[in-house]
Structures are given as C-alpha cells and as structure tokens.
Design a protein around this ligand. Sequence first.
Ligand SMILES: Cc1cc2nc3c(=O)[nH]c(=O)nc-3n(C[C@H](O)[C@H](O)[C@H](O)COP(=O)(O)OP(=O)(O)OC[C@H]3O[C@@H](n4cnc5c(N)ncnc54)[C@H](O)[C@@H]3O)c2cc1C
Ligand code: FES
Length: 261
Amino acid sequence: MPINEQVKLVKKEQLKNDTFKFTCKSDKISNEAKAGQFVEVKVSKTLDPILRRPISIYNIDKQNGTFEFIFQIRGRGTKLLSEFEENDLIDIVGPLGGGTFDFKKYKSIAIIGGGIGVFPLYELSKEAKETANVDIYLGFRNKDFVILEEEFKKVSNNLTITTDDGSYGKNGLAIDYLKQEIDLNKYDCIYACGPLPMLKGVKALAEEKNIPCQISLEEKMACGIGVCMGCSVKIATKDDTVKYTRVCKAGPVFDSRLIEI
Ligand SMILES: Cc1cc2nc3c(=O)[nH]c(=O)nc-3n(C[C@H](O)[C@H](O)[C@H](O)COP(=O)(O)OP(=O)(O)OC[C@H]3O[C@@H](n4cnc5c(N)ncnc54)[C@H](O)[C@@H]3O)c2cc1C
Ligand code: FES
C-alpha cells in the first residue's frame, strides 16, 4: 500500500557533477519497500511543477528505517530536487510498483544494467546474493559515466564493467560479455534495467536461449499510480489483438516474454 509522507533527507551525497544520492528516513516506506519498486517524489516545496518524478529505490535499510535513491539531473524537476538540503522534508509517495524483482527460486543469476538503469539493480543484487551466485554486467558510455563500481562489487560474485569506447573496463557493450557467459549455460535467470536498445537485446537473447528474464522499464510517467494511462506499454499477444498494461501499476518489473518493447 503506497504511503504519502514527508520524509526527512538525512544524508545528501553528490556522486558526480549531475548525480546525487539521497538517504531518506521513513520507517513505513522502508519497511514496505521491495527490490524493483520506485517512489514518486515531489521535487519542489511549491505546486510547480505539479507532477511528481518517479525515482527507483536504490537501497533499503529496514533496520534503520531508511531508503536511498540516486538520480541524475535531466531537466527542471531533477534540478529542483538536487537543491534539497539535509534535514529538509521531501514529500514522497511510495513504495510504488506492483511488479518487483522475483529472485528467490534462482541460484545463478545475471544482472545487466546501463546508464541510470543501474540504480534499481543494487537492492536486487544485495538481496539475491544471500542465496544465489550473482554476476553483474554494467555498461556505460565512457569512463566519466562509470558509477557505483565499488558498491556493485560488494554485492556480486563477478562484476564486469564495460564502456562503449573502451575508456574504462572492457571495451564494447555489456550484453556482448553476458552472451559469452550465457553460452556456457551459466544462468537460470537474467535481470535487466537500462536503455531501450539494451533491454530489447537482452529480451531477444533470453528468449533465444530460453532463459527466464525480468526487465525493469523506466517509461515516462505522469500520475505514477495507475490513473492517467500515460505509462502504457503493449502486452505481447499471440494474435493480432492489441492490449496494453500500465508500467506504474503492473511493473516496472515484467517477465520479458509478457511485454512488447
Ligand atoms: C520507474 C522509473 C524509475 C526511475 N528511476 C530513476 C532513477 O533511479 N534515477 C534517475 O536518475 N532517474 C530515474 N528515472 C527517470 C526520471 O524519472 C526522469 O529522469 C525524471 O522524471 C526527469 O524529470 P525532469 O523534470 O528532471 O526532466 P524532464 O524535463 O521531464 O525531462 C528531461 C529529459 O529527460 C528525459 N526523461 C524524462 N523522463 C524520463 C524517463 N522516465 N526515462 C528516461 N528519460 C526520461 C526527457 O525525455 C528529457 O529529455 C526513473 C523513471 C521511471 C519511470
Ligand atoms: S503514470 Fe499514470 S497510469 Fe502510469
């Protein structure tokens, strides 16, 4: 059940020029939150802008009643959000999303992410590593975009970092390195979040190899609570019928075979 609360920003960290990590105190939201869910954040203290911005939950600490999210400044909303200071109250609705990462039955998993899509994968990796072998593949444009390497190292058995131009880590696309390991029949499930071309490639790869795959979509959203239909994506059907589902309600995490992207 989503909670609307004024949460205290207990820690603000600037990870890069345009990227911030916020640690927020809320016993209720932290207690309810699951890996793969997101929050809708009111980015200013006034009514402008009226629409909240969806941001994934990066880390949950149920013991201390805190949760963290990381965001990149993209436009006006995220710029305003970056201006909050420690001890400020932020109006947040969450946790949101009916489709979360389902990992408990798998023993050897691959996680692949790129760009801002790496953020929701941290909590998944952290929890899954308690019961499974976790290999992570993270792709970035170049070395200036590489983020959270040490953090992901701690929550994985193997971490592969790639850059499109080879300026850091391995040269090329993360999916190419995942493919090499898949050919050794290594994984019983794949999880992905990142840019659409990456998600399309991972979905196709998983279907070709017949491996279950869960992908998290960061579709543009307006209401975030299932009312406006602004986040609809096509459901995969076996005939010509066209059906849609809402990412904010049914997702953001989906079994890759159930949706068309
Ligand atoms: C479920 C979900 C989880 C998300 N998690 C995170 C996260 O953990 N960290 C993070 O930094 N961002 C995340 N995003 C994206 C984030 O919501 C947008 O970057 C933000 O809403 C942009 O708001 P703005 O006012 O700053 O920019 P706008 O002025 O609204 O847009 C600026 C630019 O960002 C692009 N943009 C807007 N929304 C999205 C989107 N959903 N995906 C990609 N590009 C977008 C626009 O096309 C435009 O080019 C998530 C989005 C969704 C739907
Ligand atoms: S954002 Fe409004 S229905 Fe999903």
